[in-house]
Design a protein around this ligand. Structure first.
Ligand code: FAD
Ligand code: SF4
Length: 366
């Protein structure tokens, strides 16, 4: 049964109109990975984002890269933007940070005060704000050599990270936290000052995340899954053949002449391993989450019931299951923000959370 559902997702037919609206303008699509093994060890996917940044730094095309690392604030992991100037800096910032970031407040000042050329890694919403800022300020625009956006389903409030760490139940002080590393869905890792390392499957965190518990509210208003405003978009490839490939890959979508040139020359220089793919392969890899992300209409309509005003920017068709998915996502996000909700969610036995997630995924798949 599960196999049949999966086959249905990965052989879905897309119209050109669907591909255009979901993915936006692009030049080429590649399945890629960092040629340097050291850049794959801590990566979220194939390490290609970091391989491109290192390539740009080492060839003198940029002087720094705006990236996001995890720091501990009062013992809790929090994302922090900084400007990486060396390969080691870039490695230290690898991996996805599934915790709210405040790009305009924290990364804009770094960019403003930096002297030299920069590459920027950002989520789609932040890349859109960056684009607006660049249009108003030519001196900022001139500094930015390249923008790489990460595909983004949604992001989570830091309370989810804190709750998961609490659930790990280790009494020592946390000294490092990695959201996701390793093959396919990967693992999370918490490191403590007594030398203990706790490694759990990523689903220990993502089962809650995928159900929109502790999601950022702004994500209900967003329909940009791939990052329309960038030179290169980077994301995972969730298609079955990749599960069995020993090297995890990053999907790269080039959107501008600059992005295309960077990917091509990085391949020629031996920094990146890439094979060209069709845009359908990208859509198939994101087939479950992408249509719901784009369908603001369903969330705008259901939002009215839950007292949430969402502007319908996509005017999509809404089927019965879209209403249900939107209701679950919005309700779960709202419920997890209440004290009683938070307590109940974290007390629910994991098999029940899993069952709820299967129901949710089943509705998304229809
Ligand atoms: C919140 C979030 C949601 C995502 N949702 C999806 C999804 O639904 N589908 C999908 O296919 N992929 C998603 N991704 C992208 C995916 O997890 C990988 O980041 C992407 O495939 C690039 O992998 P890589 O190995 O090439 O990057 P790496 O070499 O690991 O480098 C990642 C780069 O991203 C930067 N970075 C990490 N987190 C953030 C952040 N929050 N804000 C800004 N920069 C950051 C790091 O500093 C680093 O420079 C998401 C990522 C994030 C952070
Ligand atoms: S879903 Fe949209 S609004 Fe939410 S973090 Fe991702 S890009 Fe930003």
């Amino acid at each position: 049964m599960l196999k049949r559902i999966k086959r249905k997702i990965w052989t879905r037919k897309w119209t050109q109109e669907q591909l255009n609206k979901y993915i936006g303008n692009f030049q080429h699509v590649y399945f890629t990975y960092a040629a340097d093994e050291a850049l794959r060890a801590r990566a979220a996917s194939g390490g290609s984002t970091s391989a491109l940044l290192v390539y740009l730094l080492e060839t003198g095309q940029i002087d720094g890269a705006v990236v996001c690392r995890t720091v501990l604030i009062e013992g809790k992991p929090r994302p922090e933007f900084f400007i990486a100037r060396t390969k080691d800096d870039i490695i230290a910032a690898q991996g996805s940070k599934y915790s709210a970031v405040y790009f305009a407040a924290n990364a804009f000042p770094l960019i403003r005060s930096f002297e030299g050329k920069l590459a920027v890694v950002a989520l789609p919403c932040d890349a859109k704000n960056l684009q607006r800022w660049r249009e108003k300020h030519p001196e900022i625009d001139q500094k930015i050599a390249c923008v790489i956006t990460l595909f983004c389903g949604h992001n989570s409030e830091p309370e989810l990270t804190d709750a998961i760490i609490k659930k790990l139940g280790h009494p020592a002080n946390l000294v490092d936290y990695t959201y996701r590393f390793g093959h396919w869905r990967g693992n999370l890792k918490a490191t403590y000052d007594d030398g203990t390392e706790i490694i759990k499957p990523f689903k220990y965190f993502s089962d809650y995340r995928n159900l929109y518990f502790f999601a950022q509210e702004k994500c209900h208003h967003c329909f940009d899954h791939y990052g329309y405003y960038c030179d290169i978009s980077a994301g995972d490839i969730w298609s079955p053949e990749m599960k069995h490939d020993p090297i995890k890959h990053t999907c790269l979508i080039t959107r501008s002449d600059v992005g295309q040139r960077i990917v091509e020359t990085a391949v020629q220089a031996g920094a990146l391993v890439a094979r060209e793919e069709s845009i359908v392969a990208v859509a198939n890899g994101q087939a479950r989450t992408m249509p719901f992300h784009y369908n603001i209409t369903s969330r705008a309509r259901v939002g009215r019931l839950l007292g949430l005003k969402i502007k319908d920017e996509t005017k999509e068709r809404v089927r019965w299951n879209d209403y249900l998915i939107a209701f679950i996502a919005l309700f779960n996000e709202r419920f997890s923000k209440t004290r009683i909700g938070r307590r109940i969610i974290l007390m629910i036995p994991r098999p029940l959370i899993k069952l709820y997630l299967y129901l949710f995924k089943g509705l998304e798949t229809f």
